[in-house]
Write a protein that binds this ligand. Structure first.
Ligand code: OAD
Length: 241
């Protein structure tokens, strides 16, 4: 593949990039959705009918994320290097609610499925850092309402965040890189089609195994993210004119 004429890059990441940092993916053996009915923990209906169960699901994930052993890995770091060395014409879109891209130093970043370390008040809509446990009695530090706080993640049936910015970047990029995502969840799974509808735009999948959309990409490299992502980014940067 020839990357010498690339001007603008969009990277999409999914749970696979954080796997080698010690965080579980969603699907497959040992995944977060195994043995769980997604609608019971990750939907507005679940939150209305059983808020304590929903809070507890996210409190446990938060605790895992904040464990000292969980750190950004070589793939997160390589994406930060790409952002720094590329300059203008770069956007990182993540489906992940963890903060490992930020901890690696990424700044041009959109969390389309929200952030687990933030809370949102359903009464006043204020969004704030919330690293500790949350429960059905939690109080909003902004409007002081009690029992109105929820984790600031996107649930099934809700609109992903930052979509205008994401589609503008996708419509203008010449290289789309998808990392560690299975291609099960839309709209993210449809980004490759937005890019491949344009002549000359390239799209590359970096994943442990071919995703559901693998055939729609112009190229793919398969293996653990900590190996394939740094190698691929070296290739792109080395060819830049
Ligand atoms: P999935 O769990 O569906 O897919 C993770 C992908 O990462 C799979 O294709 C794995 O093969 C791959 N993978 C696993 N280990 C890897 C490694 N070490 N290196 C590279 N790839 C690896 O997770 P997502 O595609 O991110 O949404 O899931 C998308 C969305 O579905 C999530 O954001 C979440 C979930 O429901 C919401 O909660 C709204």
């Amino acid at each position: 593949m020839d990357f010498s004429d690339i001007k603008s890059i969009v990277v999409l990441t999914g749970a696979g990039i954080s796997k080698e940092s010690g965080l579980d993916t969603f699907r497959g053996e040992g995944g977060l959705w195994q043995g769980v009915r997604v609608e019971e923990v990750a939907s507005p209906q679940a939150f209305n009918s059983n808020p304590e169960l929903v809070h507890s699901f996210y409190n446990i994930r938060k605790e895992k994320l904040l464990n000292d052993a969980v750190k950004p890995n070589a793939a997160h770091q390589a994406l930060r290097r790409l952002e720094q060395e590329w300059g203008d014409g770069f956007l990182l879109v993540t489906q992940n609610v963890d903060d490992l891209h930020e901890r690696a130093g990424s700044e041009k970043l959109v969390h389309m499925h929200g952030e687990i370390l933030k809370g949102r008040c359903t009464a006043c809509q204020a969004v704030m850092s919330w690293t500790g446990d949350m429960n059905a009695q939690s109080q909003c530090p902004n409007c002081n309402a009690v029992g109105t706080m929820r984790v600031n993640v996107v649930w099934f049936g809700e609109m992903p965040m930052g979509m205008d910015k994401i589609y503008t970047a996708l419509e203008n990029c010449d290289l789309f890189i998808s990392v560690g995502t299975s291609g099960n969840v839309y709209p993210a799974a449809g980004f490759v089609q937005v890019v491949s509808a344009r002549n000359g735009a390239q799209s590359v999948e970096l994943n442990l195994e071919p995703s559901l959309n693998a055939a729609q990409f112009t190229g793919g490299y398969y293996g653990p993210a900590t190996e394939v992502v740094p190698e691929f980014i070296d290739k792109v940067l080395a060819q830049r004119r």
